[in-house]
Ligand binder design. Sequence first.
Ligand SMILES: Cc1cc2nc3c(=O)[nH]c(=O)nc-3n(C[C@H](O)[C@H](O)[C@H](O)COP(=O)(O)OP(=O)(O)OC[C@H]3O[C@@H](n4cnc5c(N)ncnc54)[C@H](O)[C@@H]3O)c2cc1C
Length: 485
Amino acid sequence: MTAADPRYPLDLVGVGIGPANLSLAALADDQPDLRTAWYEQRPDFRWHPGLLIEGTTLQVPFLADLVTLADPTSVWSFLNYLRHQRRLFPFYFAERFHSSRAEYDDYCRWVSEQLPALHFHHRVDAVRWNAEHAVFDIDLTPLGRPDEGGATGRVHARNLALGIGTAPHVPEQLRPLIDASATAPVIHSAGYLEHRDRLLAAGHVTVIGGGQSGAEVFLDLLRHRPAGAERLHWISRSPAFSPMEYSKLGLEHFTPDYTRYFHALPEQTRDQLLSRQWQLYKAIDADTLAAIHEELYRRSVAGGWPDVVLTPGVGVRTAGRIGAHQLELHLDHQPDGGRSRLLTNAVVLATGYRERPLGSVLAGLDADIRTDAAGRPLVTRDYRLVLDPEITGGIYVQNAERHTHGVGAPDLGLIAHRSATILNALTGEARYPLPERTAFTTFGAGAQPEAQGSQGARGARGAQETGGPEPRAVAPLPPPRHIPV
Ligand SMILES: Cc1cc2nc3c(=O)[nH]c(=O)nc-3n(C[C@H](O)[C@H](O)[C@H](O)COP(=O)(O)OP(=O)(O)OC[C@H]3O[C@@H](n4cnc5c(N)ncnc54)[C@H](O)[C@@H]3O)c2cc1C
């Protein structure tokens, strides 16, 4: 029996292997009755390689690994990775609650190298509904060398999990700067490390963007350019270089309780809330801000000020190239309405990421995906797209549901819980029992009772919404497996 035969479909196919689908694959691996396959276009697992800057850490505790917050007994936990690496004691003495980014990347790769159903170097091109066999037809292109051997063509599955993540975003007015062949480098922060040497060698560098990536790139350049001749500019549209909300109760916005509350709100209210919550996820970690100040202070001790300009409240109106070596930015100073012109030799666009459009994979199902007033897909509470009722298979999304599930959608702290929710919905059983309450805060006017059955996004009703029955009873979990160490 082969997944290439629609009569014997897989239970679940995952598209993309970032942390989100890797978490789902890890939890699914402990469900021996589930037949799954996972496809990733990259040759192997890499987590934001362009920003693995030395010294950067996760912004979530190590407990927010791929599995622990749903199943602390899983062999795919961060602690078991350390055990496997024989580094448990050093980790214990290091007392590090926030692991380095490089270590998280290495941990995920360790998991990815052992899960048998993962296929790297495969791009998923298209998905269609096959009504005759009630399965999804999934078209793949192997990207490796022919001798690497890859599953060509088509596989079939009853359910799909889209974990295609985000792609670097460049605002319209900055696009004229992009020209890979030009001498003066203009790069998105996602590719920072690859171009770092060119940036360090440039006469003057401008970093655009006041989020975490902009701060990290600015700090790294500052630390490595000569004292007194830093020649760095850092500008941000935000009114201040603001710290990320990291209070204990503030963090409860990243709980399943808050997600449930948010999901039940009307679309317009959700949109208004999201636009006001930027400090929960778009601002800068306070330690990074402190490190920048520390470095600037250190450089001023011998007298004189470092040659840097840090200005919030500045937007780029237009931008262009002047000859081979210069870039020109026309700036609007928002608080006072002033305008200025900045000449620079290199630009780092720390302008963020946008969710990859689902249409890049699901174009064949466009007419079957139910959308909200703004044209975005409706997503049930258990992360299932609301589809035409004729389509009986489920399409689950990970990290494409900020508009329906709130600020927690991209957060690593919620991925294990989301994966468990998806597996429970898909199997119709509480394979992973989940806590009923996760926050001390009561969100909304009254308590949020655990609803019986999923609440679909407003305006969506019908069988598709429930994403399968709610968990019925706690099924006994299989005994933990052990990886030889
Ligand atoms: C630098 C950086 C640091 C971050 N740090 C944190 C943090 O500390 N804490 C936190 O909570 N969040 C953090 N985030 C946010 C978020 O958790 C991460 O972006 C995370 O990687 C999201 O995981 P993902 O699996 O959804 O998507 P991605 O990691 O983007 O993975 C998606 C994958 O899908 C693949 N893909 C796309 N289309 C196809 C296709 N058609 N076929 C096959 N493969 C495909 C892509 O190649 C990619 O590998 C950070 C984000 C960035 C950019």
